[in-house]
Design a protein around this ligand. Structure first.
Ligand code: GAP
Length: 476
C-alpha cells in the first residue's frame, strides 16, 4: 500500500515538475501513451547519451545505426513475430477484469511453492509452457479451472475462453488497402540491426566480435498496460547485437551481463535494488537468457534483457531472402553465420528506475524536504545560477556567469522569488548545485555553491566554476 502510494507520488511529481504528462491530456489522455516534458526529455536524452557513448564511443568494436520504423512485412514473418508475438489473455466473467494467462498461472505456481508443493508447481508450469508452444488455448483454460486459479478481484475461477492477441500495430502503405501493403510498426529495434548486418560489416570492415547498437522507437499494442511509463504502447529501446564466433557466445554472454550490471551501478543505482533473473523457460532460439530486474515500488520488474540468440535471426532472414548473411573469418579462412548476444533495454523503464531511485523524502528539523537525488550526469540541469537579490548589479554578474557556462553545460538562470524558494525549485527537478551571487561576489569575485544532497555551501572564485563543475562530472 505504502509502495502503491509512492508510485502515485512519483507520477504526480513527474507531472507537476515537467517530467512526464499523460498524452493528449486535455482529451482525457490516451491509455499507455505519455509525453515527456522539458525536464523529462532532458533526463531521457541524458540517459540515452550515456548509453550511446558507453556502447559506441567507449567500446572500439561497436558501431551505431539508426534504421527505419517501417520495415518489409516479411521481416516480421522471418523473425517469428507474426506467428508468436502474442499476449495470451483471459477475462473473468464476474469481475470483467482481463489478465495474462501466463502471469495468472505463474503467480499460482509461486503460491504452491510457498506451500511447499514445488512438484505440483513445476508440473503446472511445464503444462503451461507446452500449451503455449502448441497454441492449445483450451488446455490453458482447463489449467485455470482445474487448478481453481482465481481472479484476485472476484475470487472466482469463472473464465472466458482463452485468446491470443498479436501485439504488433498494423498500418497500410500506399493508396490501396491491399493486404500486400500491410506495414507493422516495429515491435523491437533489433530486426533493423539484423537486416543490416552485412551492410554495416562491409561498409565499416568490422571484424568479429563486433556489435551494432541502436536507439529507437518501438510499438506494442499492450493489452494490459499499467504502471506509468513502465509498460507503454509507444516506447524507446536501446539495443545492441553483438556478433560472435559460434561457440564463444556463452563467454560473451557472461561478459555482457557483467558489463551491463556495472553500468547501472556506475549510474548511481543502488546495487541492492538490482537483481539478475535467469529465464526459467528459454525461447526456442536462445541458449541463455537473463533479465536484469529492478525493485520498483510496484514490485521487482525487468528493465533489461540479455539474450544469447544463437544464429536464429540471421539464418531466418538468409533463408527468406536467399541472401548469404555470413562472415568470412580471415584468420580461420572460412565463412560462418555469426551467433548473437543481445543487450536490450527500454529507455522509458530506465527513466522510471532513475526517477524512483532519485526520489527522496526527508524529514529535516521537523520540516519535510523533497528532492530528486539525480546524478550530475543525468540531471536535466547541472547548476542553477542565482543572484541573491534582483538589484545592486547582482543579476548582471550572475547573468555573465550563466552566459559563460551555457555553451558547455546545461545551466539555468533564475532571479525570481526568494532564494529559499529558488533552492526548493531546483531540488524538485534534481539540480545538483545552486550557485549564488551575493554581495561578497562584488568584492572578491567569489560565489557560494550549495550542494543539493548535503546542503553544505562552499565559496569558490568565479574563474574556477567551469573547472569545478567538470570535476564533478565524472566519466561512468
Ligand atoms: N529485442 C529483444 C526484445 O525486444 P523484450 O524483453 O521484449 O526484448 C526489451 O524487450 C526491453 O524493452 C525490456 O527489457 C523493457 O525494458 C523494454 N520494453 C519492452 N516492452 C515495453 C513496453 N511495453 N513499454 C516500455 N518498455 C518496454
Amino acid at each position: 500500500m505504502e509502495q502503491d502510494n509512492l508510485l502515485k507520488k512519483i507520477i504526480a511529481h513527474a507531472k507537476t515538475y515537467g517530467f512526464v504528462y499523460p498524452s493528449s491530456e486535455i482529451y482525457n489522455g490516451l491509455q499507455s501513451f505519455y509525453d515527456y516534458g522539458p525536464y523529462g526529455v532532458a533526463l531521457k536524452k541524458n540517459i540515452q547519451n550515456i548509453w550511446w557513448k558507453t556502447m559506441t564511443q567507449w567500446k572500439e568494436n561497436i558501431v551505431g545505426i539508426d534504421t527505419a520504423i517501417g520495415m518489409h512485412p516479411k521481416v516480421w514473418q522471418s523473425s517469428g513475430h507474426v506467428d508468436h508475438f502474442h499476449d495470451i489473455l483471459v477475462d473473468n466473467l464476474d469481475s470483467q477484469k482481463r489478465y495474462r494467462v501466463d502471469i495468472l498461472i505463474e503467480q499460482h505456481a509461486e503460491i504452491l511453492i510457498q506451500k511447499k508443493q514445488s512438484k505440483t508447481a513445476e508440473n503446472l508450469l511445464k503444462s503451461m509452457q507446452y500449451a503455449i508452444q502448441t497454441k492449445n488455448y483450451d488446455q490453458l483454460h482447463t489449467l485455470l479451472t482445474k487448478n481453481n486459479i482465481q481472479c484476485p478481484v472476484a475470487k472466482s475461477a469463472h473464465w472466458t475462453p482463452v485468446r491470443a492477441f498479436n501485439l504488433m500495430f498494423q498500418t497500410k502503405t500506399g493508396a490501396l488497402n491491399e493486404e500486400a501493403n500491410t506495414l507493422y510498426l516495429r515491435p523491437e529495434t533489433a530486426q533493423g540491426i539484423f537486416v543490416n548486418f552485412l551492410n554495416v560489416q562491409k561498409s565499416t570492415r568490422m571484424k568479429i566480435p563486433f556489435g551494432i547498437a541502436q536507439i529507437g522507437k518501438a510499438f506494442r499494442n499492450e493489452i494490459i498496460a499499467r504502471q506509468f511509463v513502465f509498460r507503454m504502447r509507444e516506447f524507446e529501446q536501446m539495443e545492441m547485437q553483438f556478433f560472435v564466433k559460434p561457440g564463444t557466445e556463452l563467454q560473451w554472454f557472461d561478459y555482457w551481463q557483467e558489463q551491463r550490471l556495472q553500468w547501472y551501478v556506475h549510474l548511481g543505482i543502488d546495487p541492492q535494488n538490482l537483481k539478475v533473473k535467469p529465464h526459467d523457460h528459454l525461447a526456442h532460439y536462445a541458449n541463455k537468457a537473463v533479465d536484469i530486474n529492478y525493485d520498483f515500488p510496484f514490485g521487482t520488474k525487468e528493465i533489461e534483457g540479455i539474450h544469447s540468440r544463437t544464429d536464429f535471426d540471421l539464418q531466418n532472414h538468409a533463408q527468406a531472402t536467399k541472401k548469404k548473411l555470413q562472415y568470412f573469418d580471415a584468420r580461420e579462412q572460412k565463412n560462418y553465420t555469426p551467433y548473437v548476444v543481445e543487450t536490450s533495454v527500454g529507455c522509458d523503464r530506465l527513466f522510471l528506475m532513475v526517477l524512483c531511485n532519485a526520489y527522496q523524502q526527508e524529514i529535516n528539523n521537523e520540516k519535510n524536504r523533497l528532492y530528486l537525488q539525480l546524478p550530475i550526469l543525468l540531471a536535466p540541469i547541472k547548476a542553477a545560477i542565482l543572484p541573491l537579490v534582483k538589484k545592486d548589479g547582482l543579476p548582471e554578474k550572475a547573468k555573465k556567469i550563466f552566459d559563460d557556462l551555457k555553451y558547455h553545460y546545461k545551466v539555468h538562470y533564475d532571479a525570481s522569488q526568494s532564494i529559499g524558494k529558488r533552492y526548493t525549485r531546483q531540488d524538485l527537478i534534481g539540480t545538483p548545485y545552486c550557485m549564488t551571487v551575493d554581495y561578497e561576489t562584488l568584492i572578491n569575485d567569489t560565489i557560494t555553491i550549495r550542494d543539493r544532497d548535503t546542503l553544505k555551501q562552499e565559496r569558490i572564485h568565479i574563474t574556477k566554476i567551469a573547472q569545478w563543475l567538470q570535476s564533478k562530472i565524472k566519466k561512468i
